[in-house]
Design a protein around this ligand. Structure first.
Ligand code: 5GP
Length: 218
């Protein structure tokens, strides 16, 4: 039988999760994602490419890779995206390379993508995928969060509110749904989901050799 350190080493050998977080804008997804990344060293964020302009404070290569439309089209043609979609009036896509590298490295990858991206990833990589939808507690709260964020003009906010209903209509395509009324509670729910998904038998690649040792009395 292996000692404690051996067991820890074996357990570390697991498939990385692809955790998709989708929500209408303003449901608190960015805050949850930020906290999650802070708590988990073995987790990384997929940085999308987009054709939209940076908002105040957003950094190229951190929040998004901000690219011109021609460049984005070239990336599609070169099959550089795991998935891509048009959201509002702009294009968004998940660069393939960094995600594959992180998963190979045994890291979990978080994706802040919309329902179209979630659908495409379901077809491409369903084994590693965990899809979580974040809902706001009410329509009024969603609107007030968009206003207090003060990053977008009234016109953009009105557009986002109109789109939120369409985004919410896809809630049933997700494995889990969190209603973000209280941030701490939502965070705890998110932790629980990820902890359980990491425990799924098919993701614990170490189990069969462990059980072999166990039954052979090693
Ligand atoms: P925002 O412009 O507010 O940053 O993002 C707008 C929407 O685009 C959000 O719902 C966000 O989840 C989605 N989005 C961001 N990156 C991607 C991506 O790479 N692929 C897809 N399909 N959607 C994305």
């Amino acid at each position: 039988m292996s000692n404690k350190a051996d067991l820890q080493n074996m357990k570390a050998k697991r498939r990385g999760l692809m955790v998709v977080l989708s929500s209408p804008s303003g449901a608190g997804k960015s805050t949850l994602t930020r906290r999650l990344l802070k708590e988990n060293v073995n987790m990384t964020m997929s940085v999308s490419a987009t054709t939209r302009s940076p908002r105040t404070g957003e950094k190229d290569g951190v929040d998004y890779f901000f690219v011109e439309k021609d460049n984005f089209v070239d990336m599609i043609e070169n099959e550089e995206f795991l998935e891509h979609a048009k959201v509002f009036d702009n294009y968004y896509g998940t660069p393939r390379g960094p995600v594959e590298a992180a998963l190979m490295d045994g890291k979990d990858v978080i994706f802040d993508i919309d329902w179209q991206g979630a659908q495409q990833l379901t077809q491409a990589a369903s084994d590693d995928l965990v899809k979580i939808f974040i809902l706001p507690p009410s329509k009024r709260e969603l609107e007030s969060r968009l206003h207090s964020r003060a990053q977008d003009s009234d016109e953009v906010i009105a557009k986002r509110m109109a789109k939120s209903e369409a985004e919410i209509s896809h809630w049933a395509e997700y494995d889990y749904v969190i209603v973000n009324d209280d941030l701490d509670v939502a965070m705890e729910e998110l932790r629980t989901i990820i902890a359980s998904e990491r425990m799924a038998r098919r993701r614990q690649l170490w189990l069969s050799s462990f059980v072999k040792q166990l039954t052979q009395g090693g």
